[in-house]
Design a protein around this ligand. Sequence first.
Ligand code: PGA
Length: 259
Amino acid sequence: MARKKVIAGNWKMNMTASEGAQLIADLKATCGGNCCCCCAPEVMVFPPFTTIAAVQEAAKGTPLVVGAQNVHWAANGAFTGEISAKMLVEMGVTHVIIGHSERRQYFGETDETVNQRVKAALAAGLKVILCIGETLEEREKGVTEAVIEKQVLWDLADVSMEQLDNVILAYEPVWAIGTGKTATNEQAQAVHAFIRALIEKHFCPVCAGKIRILYGGSMKPANAEGLLAQPDIDGGLIGGAALKAADFVALVKAASATC
Ligand code: PGA
């Protein structure tokens, strides 16, 4: 089954509103104004909450998807510093990243809270990019598959087969994020195939054939083509290289070339 590739830029805590609008202007200029419409992949950017509105405005008239980097599970309430799905939906946000390893590492995010966020986002009609991946220690101990299986099971607990249509997975080995170390094509493909098999086992074969699984962790123009050519890699979740218009456009083009 053909799966539409996705190139998604996770801006993390970078780009003020004005800087974000400028980056979108640079992206448009770099692709001659029609970067996202002529290319096959879905192209997405995930700016900080305070930059979203400016990026939406700058991206008007293009098919660029503008998403958020996190969401809380409650509709509202005494949760200082959090943002609800309802708030995102009202501002026209359609996609949200959940469970990024930086949230798990630095902000106490657990599989349980990731699952709560996933369920709330899906119930509100948002599409989710769910991040999973093992640490270096876990890889060296040989428990990568066990870690990934636990994350898939917990993070997607109580998610229905129908809801899974609104989930994109991102396999991001923690040791490859922001480190310049990329998983080899073979290492990444092996885990992606394993994840697809888990979806088949715990959901259904059709679900496994349809779900997009992105690779994340130091993806850049120099290594993207090899990764994107793997049969179970359906795109990339990109940090550092998403902050430079030329690099991000090169990644979009690499994904178009491998469609
Ligand atoms: P990186 O980040 O491309 O800078 O490694 C990827 C991510 O954290 O999503």
